[in-house]
Design a protein around this ligand. Sequence first.
Ligand code: SAM
Length: 238
Amino acid sequence: MSYSVSPIGFVRSCFKEKFAIPRQPQLAPAARGVLELVAPFDNGDAVQGLEQVSHVWLLFLFHQALEDKPRLKVRPPRLGGNQSVGVFSTRATHRPNGIGQSVVKLEKVEAGRLWLSGIDLLDGTPVLDVKPYLPYADIVADASNALADSAPAPIKVEWQPAALEQAHQHALRLQEPLVELIEQCLAQDPRPAYQQPAPERRYGVQFWDVDVHWHYPHPGAICVLEVVQAADMNGSLV
Ligand code: SAM
């Protein structure tokens, strides 16, 4: 038996590639985006009442991780990438039906558009449903998870002075909290756990329309080297 679902909208996100997206929502409050609703949900009626809600659940498709053959076991990055556990004990992207869920902050409600922050979603992510966060039912005071009992400890993020100046300039142009976004995302240490890079190895990722480059000058710290306009964006914002 099979069922079909269709997106109610698509996310326009600060994250243009999977690398360096936080592994859960709320870890980078400066990560912002817009859910653009499609017809017939782009009508104000569909979001009426949401202005009374601070956070929403998004149910979405991991559209860049869909696979034909279901996996029973996965190796979550959170466990270092070398421990295999049952797919249902993780929030891995490779999962049956490719469905993800995130609680995100609702910044603003417009007909056809929900402005979001604290997201962990790639640009273009298809959203299947939106539901209001219900604190009385969704907060579970005595909940526990021994596989992932707290947020990962953040790594120290340092800046080359010129890179920090570049980030401030792009933040002004974009009207986005770009310095905070870079610090919050890099503090999650996006590199795969098994990589112990030499100081000269450079990493890079695109946030909004800028490329951010960094390296690991010594264990336990990241240094941002430059923040420059992405080559293929021609000045367009997202
Ligand atoms: N909070 C969600 C959940 O628990 O279902 C997502 C958790 S998943 C571990 C988070 C990762 O999914 C991000 O770090 C990003 O690399 C990846 N991701 C986000 N949007 C995606 C998409 N549309 N397709 C594929 N991967 C995506």
